[in-house]
Design a binder for this molecule. Structure first.
Ligand code: TRP
Length: 448
């Protein structure tokens, strides 16, 4: 195993931006607004924030402890901390999950690049609602265009990952994440001037608990995992590049807050727009691709807003795709004689094969289903609903029950007279509360 020169994030701001880069992605800008829309607005937001605080923060800290203490990838970290046991199988499942998520995530990142290109070319205007729907269906079902874009986004990610931790991942995050925040703030400011701004904001921020179904709680927990990149060793891998002076609890709190903020800001962009132009928030996953172009074209300077929005979506998505590639690449690179570049290339090749099938789920393979799901949906279901919750469950149990408490205390290094109480409380959460909640989501996913 190669352990020397693993690299590390060189600055504290780099740590935050890179970790925010993995967390903030399609999950925030695309998935969050449409599930809020499907689950009744404000009340769902309250549940989601509770889930972030009670499960998200403890979960992120647990992966950070494992990663920073072992300074190793998702698999070898657990081999180091629990030698001669089977705990490192969590890592194998994580590497597998990373690979499978990439298989469909890269396809969607490719779509964002297509929409960005079309927006720049000025082709996203002058159509009816139905035509926008057809444009999306025709593009997504095309035999090769989505594949070309998918390979392009994988090659961009490969290029970044091949350049290593501080020279690649940290550098690109340091440039792209500030641009991302600038775009999102400009767009939120614009939102306030839309005719139905008030209605959109009310929908998002005024909780109406009578409309909340119990299932929404479980959906909120699933979203917590996906959005924070939790449960597959992604945060183990990233935190293995943290230096000793990085405060784990503080970083976790900051990353979770920023992730929540971006999700809320994205919803603040989308709901006022949807209501202003007479559309429904319950549109579902196609909201961003089928509905928004129509919204943009009705706004003054519509082309500019659509370019900004798809640029935003692409930036958010590519930094997350890079993190997924890094998890698998770091494992292969540190366990073989391959260079980073070669390892990343091989993973890209394999992901592209998966991506062909995922993409064809919208075209040629539309009607080929297993358990009633297309290949694309199956990849999403197996990862988000099974592998991530199971991974999170076992990481929580591992840190709560099996990891030496002194390691937890050393890594958390809380300077407070009552620090031991805090650590005790934290360990209780990992032992009982977190696994119990995840177990509930898991049962629901399988039965529901
Ligand atoms: N968190 C990212 C998003 O919100 C997606 C992602 C990146 C992810 N790495 C992950 C999800 C690891 C689960 C596990 O889009």
């Amino acid at each position: 195993m190669k352990t020397e020169n693993r690299g590390s994030f060189s600055s504290k701001i780099g740590v935050i931006l890179a970790t925010v880069g993995t967390a903030v992605g399609l999950g925030n800008v695309w998935r969050f607004p449409y599930i809020v829309g499907e689950n009744g607005g404000g009340a769902f937001l309250v549940i989601y924030i509770l889930s972030l605080l009670l499960l998200g923060i403890p979960g992120v800290i647990a992966e950070f402890i494992v990663g920073r203490h072992s300074h190793a990838n998702a698999v070898d970290s657990l081999k180091k901390l629990a030698p001669k046991t089977k705990w490192h199988w969590i890592g194998y499942s994580g590497v597998l999950a990373g690979f499978l998520i990439m298989g469909y995530y890269a396809v969607v990142v490719g779509w964002t690049l297509e929409y960005l290109t079309q927006a720049i070319l000025g082709n996203l205007s002058g159509m009816t609602v139905e035509q926008y729907g057809q444009v999306f269906d025709q593009f997504a079902g095309h035999p090769y265009w989505p594949l070309v874009w998918m390979v392009i986004v994988m090659l961009i990610s490969t290029f970044v990952v091949a350049r290593g931790v501080s020279g690649g991942i940290e550098k690109i995050s340091n440039v792209l994440m500030p641009v991302f925040f600038l775009i999102i703030l400009v767009m939120v400011a614009n939102s306030f001037f839309l005719p139905a701004a008030g209605q959109g904001m009310k929908y998002l921020f005024l909780p109406n608990f009578s409309e909340l179904e119990p299932v929404a709680i479980l959906i909120a927990i699933g979203q917590t995992f996906f959005s924070l990149s939790l449960g597959m060793g992604c945060l183990i891998t990233y935190s293995s590049y943290f230096k000793k002076d990085v405060s784990l609890a503080k970083t976790a709190t900051q990353v979770v807050s920023i992730d929540a903020m971006v999700a809320i800001l994205s919803a603040m962009i989308i709901f006022p727009a949807v209501f202003s132009f007479g559309m429904q928030p319950t549109e579902g996953p196609s909201l961003v691709f089928k509905v928004l172009p129509n919204v943009f074209q009705q706004m003054p300077l519509g082309t500019l807003w659509s370019i900004l929005f798809y640029a935003l979506l692409f930036i958010a998505a590519i930094t997350s795709l890079i993190s997924l590639l890094e998890v698998v690449t770091a494992y292969i690179y540190e366990n073989t004689s391959l260079t980073r570049r070669k390892a990343a290339f091989i993973v890209t090749g394999m992901v592209s094969v998966l991506g062909v099938f995922a993409s064809m789920s919208f075209g040629l393979l539309q009607d080929v289903t297993l358990f009633g799901k297309t290949f694309f949906d199956l990849l999403d279901f197996v990862t988000a609903s099974i592998l991530l919750p199971v991974g999170g469950f076992f990481i929580s149990i591992f840190v709560g029950w099996f990891l030496d408490k002194r390691i937890i205390a050393t890594e958390l290094r809380i300077k407070h007279p009552k620090a031991h109480l805090f650590i005790k409380g934290y360990i209780y959460m990992l032992r009982f509360f977190v696994p119990a909640c995840i177990f509930a989501v898991f049962l629901y996913s399988l039965l529901g």
